[in-house]
Design a protein around this ligand. Structure first.
Ligand SMILES: C[C@H](O)[C@H](O)[C@H]1CNC2=NC(N)=NC(=O)C2=N1
Length: 123
């Protein structure tokens, strides 16, 4: 693992945090400059809760994710644009995403509902 750490960061600290995040299911992209994770959720209601939770915290932190949602999943990407690279803001927000997802509750991908098999009570 050779992640690109943003200039001015505590490299040892950020690299250690990245290693822990990767062990916890986060992935680095090919350039090793971006963190990515997909959470699978039991309902669209929980997709919405998790997205709102992440967006609210990122607004407070002024550090914004690329966030994609489906009927049963939320995918989050973190990187820092200036100075370019991974920073402690990315690791902070990635850890926050894990805490939020844990408190809402995630499911295995095969347990998540597919769009089309929805019951009205789950909308
Ligand atoms: C000026 C402002 O602080 C910056 O543009 C912020 C806003 N949100 C951001 N979000 C993310 N993910 N990376 C950044 O580098 C970043 N920069």
């Amino acid at each position: 693992m050779q992640p690109k750490i943003a200039t001015g960061q505590d490299e040892v600290k950020v690299k250690a945090e990245l290693e822990a995040l990767v062990n916890g299911g986060w992935q680095l992209d090919n350039e090793e400059i971006q963190l990515e994770k997909t959470y699978h959720l039991a309902s669209y209601r929980n997709v919405k809760f998790l997205a709102i939770e992440i967006m609210s915290r990122s607004q407070l932190k002024n550090h914004h994710p690329v966030l994609t949602s489906t009927f049963s999943s939320v995918t989050v990407h973190w990187t820092t644009h200036s100075p370019r690279g991974l920073s402690d803001k990315d690791t902070f927000m990635a850890k926050y995403c894990d805490r939020a997802a844990n408190s809402i509750g995630t499911v295995n991908p095969e347990e998540s509902k597919k769009c089309g098999s929805v019951q009205s009570s789950q909308i």
